[in-house]
Structures are given as C-alpha cells and as structure tokens.
Design a protein around this ligand. Structure first.
Ligand SMILES: [Zn+2]
Length: 492
C-alpha cells in the first residue's frame, strides 16, 4: 500500500555513509620505472578523498583509517606486515564498508595476501575502490572478484623481478666493474639525481635487499648438494614460491658472487656487494652442472609446441639453445619470431599456476566429463554389437553377400577404435591427473609441478590456455611478459 506519507518517509530515509579505509603503499625506492609511477601516501590520500560517493552513499574517510604499508609487500619480505594485517583484522571486525587502493599491482604483490584480502572483503561485503581504475568493485559478484584476482596475479611482476640478466655488458662497464643489465632478484639499485647508478667509495650501489637471504640460502644449500626439489619445497613451506627454472637461474647468476660475465667467456670481478662468496657460488654451479650433464642453463623446452604465434600458427614454438653468451630462445617455425626462452617459461608458468591457485580452478578446469564418457562407451558397445552381428551373418552368407559384409566390417573397425579411445580419454582427463587435488592450492600446485614430468607439464598448460600468442617485439629486449598474450581455456 502506498500513501503520500510512506513515499515521503522513503525519500527521507537516512543514508548511512560508507566508512572507508585507505590502503596506501610505498614501494621500495631505487627503480626509475617505479619512481615515475610512484605516488606518495599523501598523494594517495588526496586522491582517495576525491572519492566522495559510492553507490549513492557518501564516503567517510578519516585520517586514522589510512593504512600505510612502508615495508616491501614482496612475499620475500621478512619483516611483519603489521598495517596490512591490522587492516584485515579491522575488516573482519566490520569496521569498514569500503577499502580504497591506488592501484592493484601496487597493492597485490603477494598473491596469497591479496586473495586473503579479497576473501575478507567478500565475506564482509566490503567494497573495493581502485583509484586508477576509477571503479568500485563488489567482490561478492563473481565477475568483480575475478577481475581483481586476475590483476593480483600480475605475472609481469614475477618475470620482471625474478629475471636474472646475465647478458654481456659493454666492455667499458666491465673495466669499471659495473653491474650489467637489470638488478638481479635479491638486489636493489640506488640511482643518483640524473637517473644513473650511484657509486659510493668506488662501490656500485647495487645492494642486497630483503630478498637477498633467500638467494643466499638457495646457493649455499645447492652448493652443499641439497637436491633442488628439497630446496624448493622448504622455501614453499615458508610461502616462498619459486619455479624450478628460477632457482636454477638464481644459482647460475654470477652477480651474486660479485662477478660479471666477460665478453670472451669466463668472468671479471665486479664492484658491488656480493651475496655469497665466489667459492660457494662456483661449488653450487658445479653441483647443478653435475645434475644436468655437462650442459648448464636452459635445456628443457616447456613451451615448444605449446605456444602459438601472431602469424596465425598454432603450437609453432621450437626451442633453440643460445650460442656463446646469447640466451636460449623459442622461435616460431612458421615466421621465425623469437622470444627469450627462460623469460617466456617464467612468465607463462606464473600465469598458469596463478590461475590454477584460484578457488574456482577445480570447477573450471576439472570439468566432470563422466556423462560424456558413458555416452562414448555406449557408442563403442553399440558398434561392437553391430560388428558381431555382421560376423554372425558372414558364417551363413552366400558368396555374393560376403564382399558386402566384409566391407561393412572394415568400415566399422576405425569407428569402434575412435569411440573406445574417446571413452578412455573422457574418463580420465590425463593432463589434470597429477594436479587434480592441488587446484586452488598454490603451495601444493608448486609441489606437484616440481614432481611432474615435462609432458605432464605441457599437457597441463594446454588444459589451462586456449591460446598463448607470441607478439612481435615493439623494441629490442622487450620483456617476454609484454609480448605473450593469452586466452584462458574457459574463455574460449
Ligand atoms: Zn609465427
């Protein structure tokens, strides 16, 4: 029943403000690319204050609701992330209805923490406003949850941060003992006012950061002949998830021993702070070489015949060893487009495991095909019965009939074979067999991955991706992560 009075009351119904929190981030100093995009917490707060209304409700953001994360948000950070945890607690306590963040990749460096954050927001019905997206997300809605979770995977972060660049530098840099390429994982660089690498008392300012203890531990344990699997598992148990290829790349990177590759092979002395001593490093490399035969480096082609190409070719990637100091590559057999193999492996692996670690992975990728399998089995049985009827007839058939029956039997044979194979295929999706129990569980996934054979790994990637397309480089040395586009299998 509607009356003018009720209408008026509805119009005047009080609108409760959305109490908001700001998760402000300050990333590590030193990287030019970061500094360009960097916003101070004050700038982030100013921008957050411009969010005055969400869903028609006024937003209330007070100074004590600013959660400033000064520590590195990297999973390797060893210091407690107090403010982030405090925010999670306050969210659980129902203190806020809205969290404002500057951008997702700044907030989401650690996949596990990011999913925890998303889950708390979903459980508590907390909205998330991303300033750079100019958008508010409601993670109770599947689409919104997914789009923020996707951003959180941020595979580019893995490939950028973990990329260990040992390419040859200029001869004059070598003479000065200057570090080449980008800072390896475990190091941060300090730049002077003009954006050049700083030098203090003759020491280049490439300095071990919070991730350095992980590097030290890996190299020292490998040097002590601890199997790679064990090193990887122990790290994973503490939340440090590294693909095997990355651990390998870390061990073989000479920069950690204050060495730089020399143009004619061998190494020259660098002038920055080592993370391990040279003897330990050489020992670790020797152990790895021993494990793999005499050929160090990248020898396993994870993506050959898996990757597709912008030229239209499918499964056209082929691996190729580097010559001298050049890196191993994948190239397209059709058009010859190339990409750095280690970078491509790392990027695709991070994407795939990130996707499979999400809570919906089992529902999406381990589809129940038992009904189809039953149908295929029934079809095979039908065809077999038909064949057996033909064989019965053959015994009593007249000579002129015989040829016709034999022809029917010949035609049935491949159809029976096909239906039988299809039934077998459908009843066990072979690619998922070793991973089925690990879907949605990042730590278990990494373990299963480490244990899986190369064919099993490739098969898994084919289940996850509908297409992994290599684009031509926009410039020399463009990172693989920027050149590989993907379509998930469930988007097909
Ligand atoms: Zn091609």
């Amino acid at each position: 029943m509607t009356t003018p009075l009720l209408d008026r009351l509805a119009d005047e119904a009080p609108v409760f403000p959305l109490v908001a929190a700001l998760l402000a981030r300050v990333s590590r100093k030193g990287r030019a690319a970061d500094r360009d995009r960097e916003r101070s917490p004050e700038q982030q707060l100013d921008a957050a204050r411009e969010v005055t209304e969400v869903d028609g409700r006024p937003v209330l953001l007070t100074d004590d609701a600013v959660y400033e994360e000064r520590q590195s948000a990297s999973r390797f950070g060893t210091k407690p992330r107090k403010r982030f945890d405090a925010l999670l607690d306050d969210l659980r306590a129902g203190r806020y209805g809205l969290v404002i963040v500057w951008e997702v990749d700044r907030a989401a460096r650690e996949l596990e923490a990011w999913s925890r954050f998303l889950n708390v927001c979903r459980d508590r019905g907390v909205l998330i406003h991303v300033i750079t997206h100019r958008r508010t997300y409601d993670v109770r809605v599947g689409r919104d949850w997914r789009s923020l979770a996707d951003d959180g995977i941020d595979a580019a972060y893995f490939s950028e941060k973990l990329s260990v660049n040992i390419r040859r530098g200029h001869a004059d840099s070598a003479a000065q003992g200057r570090p080449g390429g980008r800072a390896p994982f475990g190091y941060a660089r300090v730049y002077d006012g003009r954006g050049k690498l700083a030098q203090v008392d003759g020491v280049w300012q490439q300095i071990p950061n919070d991730d350095a203890p992980v590097v030290k531990e890996i190299i020292e344990r490998v040097a002590a002949s601890v199997p790679l699997n064990e090193v990887q598992r122990d790290l994973a148990a503490r939340g440090v998830i590294l693909p095997r290829s990355t651990i390998h790349a870390i061990v073989t990177c000479p920069a950690y021993a204050n060495l730089r590759p020399a143009p004619g092979g061998g190494h020259t002395q660098g002038r920055w702070v080592p993370i391990v001593d040279e003897t330990t490093w050489r020992q670790a490399v020797a152990v790895l070489d021993g494990n793999r035969g005499s050929k160090p480096g990248h020898t396993v082609w994870l993506l050959s015949q898996v990757g597709d190409c912008v030229c239209g070719a499918s499964g056209s990637w082929k691996g190729q060893h580097g010559k001298g100091n050049t890196a191993a590559t994948y190239f397209c057999r059709e058009c010859g487009t190339k990409v750095n193999a280690a970078q491509a492996d790392q990027y695709v692996l991070a994407l795939a495991l990130g996707r499979l670690a999400r809570p919906d992975a089992a529902a999406v990728f381990a589809r129940d095909t038992s009904a189809d399998a039953t149908a295929a089995r029934a079809e095979a049985d039908d065809l077999r019965r038909k064949a057996s009827r033909f064989r019965d007839r053959l015994e009593t058939a007249a000579a002129e009939e015989e040829e016709e029956i034999l022809e029917q039997l010949r035609r049935l044979k491949p159809r029976i074979k096909k239906a039988t194979e299809r039934a077998a295929q459908l009843s066990t999706p072979p690619a998922l067999a070793g991973f089925a129990d690990a879907l949605g569980n990042e730590e278990l996934l990494v373990r299963r991955w480490a244990d899986a054979s190369l064919p099993a790994r490739k098969a898994l990637l084919k289940v996850v991706f509908e297409r992994l397309e290599l684009q031509r480089a926009a410039y020399r040395g463009q990172p693989a992560g920027e050149r590989i586009t993907h379509r998930w299998a469930d988007e097909a």
